[in-house]
Design a protein. Structure first.
Length: 115
C-alpha cells in the first residue's frame, strides 16, 4: 500500500511562489508515474504535471513555463515548484502515483492565490 502525504500549500498573493512536496511511503523510482492534479471548487479534477519513470514530464498548458515538477528518489519525495501564481491556480492540489497494479492519491493540500 502506497501512502502519499502532501505539504506546502497555503495562501499567497498573485505573482508569488509556493513549493509543494509529496512524501511517498514507497520508492518514487518504482512508480510508473507520479505527479500532481488539482481541483477547484465546482470543477473537475485536472492534471497539473506528471513525471514518468523514464523522466518524461507532462504539464497542463495553463501551467507550462510557470510550474516545475521534480523528484528526489533518495527522499522518496516529489515536488511542484509553482511560480508566477495566478488566482485561477486556486485549488486543492493532490499528489498522484501510479504503479502497475493501482493508482494512489494523497489527501490534498489547499493552495489559495489572492488577487
Amino acid at each position: 500500500q502506497v501512502q502519499l502525504v502532501e505539504s506546502g500549500g497555503g495562501l499567497v498573493q498573485a505573482g508569488g511562489s509556493l513549493r509543494l512536496s509529496c512524501a511517498a511511503s514507497g520508492r518514487t523510482s518504482s512508480f510508473n508515474a507520479i505527479g500532481w492534479y488539482r481541483q477547484a471548487p465546482g470543477k473537475q479534477r485536472e492534471l497539473v504535471a506528471t513525471l514518468s519513470r523514464g523522466g518524461s514530464t507532462n504539464y497542463a498548458g495553463s501551467v507550462k513555463g510557470r510550474f516545475t515538477i521534480s523528484k528526489d528518489n533518495a527522499k522518496n519525495t516529489v515536488y511542484l515548484q509553482m511560480n508566477s501564481l495566478k488566482p485561477e491556480d486556486t485549488a486543492v492540489y493532490y499528489c498522484y502515483a501510479a504503479t502497475f497494479f493501482s493508482d494512489y492519491w494523497g489527501q490534498g493540500t489547499q493552495v489559495t492565490v489572492s488577487s
